[in-house]
Design a protein around this ligand. Structure first.
Ligand code: PLP
Length: 356
């Protein structure tokens, strides 16, 4: 039976990327050696890093005054690397759920954190708006897509202070005006690669703004100065990332994937809103295109385990909602084909017929 992979991350990657990764494990670029057993300092691998940076720059329209580096440790490591580098006195955070809470906790090791706004009052089911951003902050920190709750910023906000954004779960899913951000970072294991590599896109002026003496691995300059090769980088995930970027370019880039992502999300949200057995959990204007959360309608809660089993029998994988929200979450990342969303919608409609 065909499986429909709605996993929240690590998650679905394009077939061609998996095929090329498998081939490179056996023979990397005709070297006769496996990608897993060559030095990262070979010209063959350095060209992978350079190509990935160039493609990211091209596909996202990253201006020349930004650097890109790849590093291990996951987005969670950046939760403390960012304040270690840039929090001298006070930073502003917008609290939109688990991932910003974790970032806030780490930032408090380095300085004062002002939570400028939070959506905790409604279990993080919306994106706070209309808060003031003090001009004396070292930076403002946001998480653009909240993987667990299914909320997403749909516009790039204007900030009078450097804006740092965690884009782990919506990177390259939609066009972004990079010039509005000082730093964009994220774990690549959703839209760009397998687990193991973190991308950091950083504006040049930030490299001069490091506020304290830091161990080499923590200082952003180390990774920029050494072109992601200060230590052994995550070779395999970087290769997979580059293949994913090549795939994205081949299908028409970020504009095209955005069109596809909107189409998939509209299809599923329309069914959630129409089907009397289900309802959405998030303010409509803040609904994520990537992580689509829904629960059983009021009075139908008892049907949840039955629907889960029903969907599983029809090949749906990874649709169990996070325990903090409950219900269901269909992660519809870039590589998820529209057919998978159609299959889930058909499954919801079939379930409705069964319970008429
Ligand atoms: C938005 C967001 N930020 C950060 C993280 C943590 O990433 P990592 O596991 O790479 O540390 C995740 C993981 O799912 C996430 O979804």
């Amino acid at each position: 039976m065909k499986k429909h992979n709605f996993n929240a991350g690590p998650s679905i990657l394009p077939d061609v990327v998996l095929e090329n990764a498998a081939k490179a494990i056996m023979d990397f670029k005709g070297t006769g050696l496996s990608l897993l057993s060559v030095s990262h300092r070979t010209p063959e691998f350095e060209s992978v890093v350079n190509e990935a940076q160039a493609l990211m720059r091209e596909l996202m329209g990253i201006p020349d005054n930004y650097k890109i580096f790849f590093v291990g440790g996951g987005a969670s490591t950046q939760f403390f690397h960012m304040p270690a580098n840039f929090l001298g006195k006070k930073a502003g955070y917008v609290n939109t759920g688990v991932w910003t809470k974790k970032a806030i906790k780490e930032a408090k090791h380095y300085g004062q954190v002002e939570v400028l706004a939070t959506s905790e009052d409604k279990n993080f089911s919306y994106i706070p708006k209309g808060y003031a951003i003090p001009e004396d902050l070292d930076y403002l920190y946001i998480c653009c897509n909240n993987t667990i709750y299914g909320t997403e910023y749909h516009t790039d906000i204007d900030s009078p202070v450097p804006l740092i954004a965690d884009m782990s779960s919506d990177i390259m899913s939609r066009p972004v005006d990079v010039s509005k951000y000082a730093i964009i970072y994220g774990g690549a294991q959703k839209n760009l690669s397998c687990a193991g590599v973190t991308f950091v896109i950083i504006r040049d002026d930030m490299l001069q703004k490091v506020v304290r003496d830091l161990p080499s691995m923590v200082n952003v300059n180390t990774h920029v100065d050494n072109n992601s090769m200060f230590n052994t980088p995550p070779v395999f995930p970087i290769f997979v990332l580059n293949e994913t970027l090549k795939w994205l370019k081949s299908i028409g880039g970020v504009e095209e994937i955005y069109r596809r992502n909107k189409e998939k999300a509209e299809l599923l949200y329309a069914e959630i809103d129409r089907n009397p057995l289900f309802r959405g959990t998030v303010a409509k204007e803040d609904r994520s295109l990537m992580n689509i959360c829904f629960i059983m309608a009021e009075g139908k809660e008892d049907l949840a385990p039955e629907f889960m089993a029903f969907a599983k029998e029809r090949g749906m994988v990874g649709i169990k909602g996070h325990r903090l929200v409950g219900g269901f979450r269909a992660s519809c990342y870039n590589a998820l084909p529209k057919e998978s969303v159609e299959a889930l919608v058909a499954c919801m409609q079939e379930f409705e017929q069964l319970h008429k």
